[in-house]
Design a binder for this molecule. Structure first.
Ligand code: IPM
Ligand code: MG
Length: 368
């Protein structure tokens, strides 16, 4: 058996249902290691609240360096009500933001796909969402999430002022637009760029720079511009008009939650956060399910592991050059859904309800 060179994956299960869903991913990686000519080295460590509980820090330097050194990071989820009153710098979410910013993962790919087996789980009419396949490309390391100045400061009359700054530069806009255009080339060649150029200068710049890049390098792409509020509305009215949506960090946060919910299958949606290529053509990357830590169902073995499993499939495809294995894993997921297996979150009439580990095992059985 030829072994592919050792590949280091860092698993950061995090909080809430993170450890349970990551447990299924681990089983799948072990299956690939045992049955295929692959040799993934898995490391696992703490992040978010779990790290805070042990180290009083949502991500230690040691874990951060492990992330830097691994080929891909797979993260479960961070956060929970237990941590809500911590000061900002100690909160679980800071770990996520630090990983994004310092690994320079500027492009966040969030597919919103309606699985045909789950059309009825959406709150929208089947004809509006069946066959839906949108890719949202969210800028992830700039904008109001990171802009300076920021803070809360006292002002006159015993009042306080909260400040955040929204900024984007030409290169920040164009590098993420490039990712969107390149993805669109492999899809339907359609990109919708969203901003608020009717009220924000940074939105005007966004629109101009995206258009300039298209004019210069992507003549075959059909580019349209849409105000972000209109996009929120159009996603509900006629989501199938979209192919690739590219937008800034904050609008992308909101629009991607909306798009995910349209599909009725939040528990099934993965995401990839990608950085630039280095000298050797490698990209840094982190993969996570779109859903959060769901503390209300944590520890019950009922969470849906599919979004995290499909995040592994994205890692196989985008970071590890293992398209065949990625497709095999995606097919296995489709096939258990075809068989009518459902976790509680996507359960419907006449289907068979299974728990987290049963779902993972069923997917592994299909890989065989
Ligand atoms: C997301 C989340 C994060 C964000 C939070 C947890 C910081 O909502 O990944 O969409 O706002 O980016
Ligand atoms: Mg969000």
């Amino acid at each position: 058996m030829i072994k592919v060179k050792d590949r280091k994956l860092l698993l950061l299960p995090g909080d809430g249902i993170g450890p349970e869903v990551m447990g299924e991913v681990k089983k799948i990686i072990e299956w690939f290691n045992k049955n295929k000519s692959l040799d993934f080295k898995i490391e696992e460590d703490l992040v978010g609240g779990a790290s805070y509980d042990k180290h009083k820090n949502p991500i230690t330097d040691e874990v951060f360096y492990k992330a830097l050194e691994s080929e891909a990071v797979i993260l479960g989820a961070v956060g929970g009500p237990k941590y809500d009153n911590l000061e900002f710098s100690k909160r679980p979410e800071r770990a996520l933001l630090k990983l994004r910013k310092e690994l320079k993962l500027f492009a966040n790919l969030r597919p919103a796909i309606c699985f045909k087996q789950l059309v009825d789980a959406s709150s929208l009419k089947p004809e509006i969402i069946s066959g839906l396949d949108i890719m949202i490309v969210r800028e992830l390391t700039g904008g109001i999430y990171f802009g300076e100045p920021r803070g809360i400061e006292p002002i006159e009359n015993n009042e306080r002022k909260g400040i955040n700054t929204h900024t984007y530069t030409t290169s920040e806009i164009q590098r993420v637009a490039r990712v969107a255009f390149d993805l669109a080339k492999k899809r339907k060649n359609k990109v919708t760029s969203c901003e608020k150029s009717n009220v924000m200068e940074a939105g005007v710049l966004w629109r101009e720079e995206v258009q300039a890049l298209k004019d210069k390098e992507y003549s075959k792409i059909e580019l349209s511009h849409m105000l972000a509020d209109n996009c929120a509305m159009q996603l509900l009215r006629n989501p199938k008009q979209f192919d690739v949506i590219v937008t800034d960090n904050l609008f992308g946060d909101i629009l991607s939650d909306e798009a995910a919910m349209l599909t009725g299958s939040l528990g099934l949606l993965p995401s990839a956060s990608l950085g630039a290529k280095d000298k050797n053509g490698k990209i840094r990357s982190m993969y996570e399910p779109v859903h959060g830590s769901a503390p209300d169902i944590a520890g019950k073995n009922i969470a849906n592991p599919i979004a995290t499993i499909l995040s592994l499939a994205m890692a196989l495809k985008y970071s590890l050059d293992l398209d065949k294995e990625a497709n095999q894993l995606e097919k296995a997921v489709q096939s258990v859904l075809d068989d009518g297996l459902r976790t509680k979150d996507i359960m419907s009439k006449n289907m068979k309800e299974v728990n987290t580990s049963d779902m993972g095992n069923a997917i592994i059985a299909k890989l065989k």
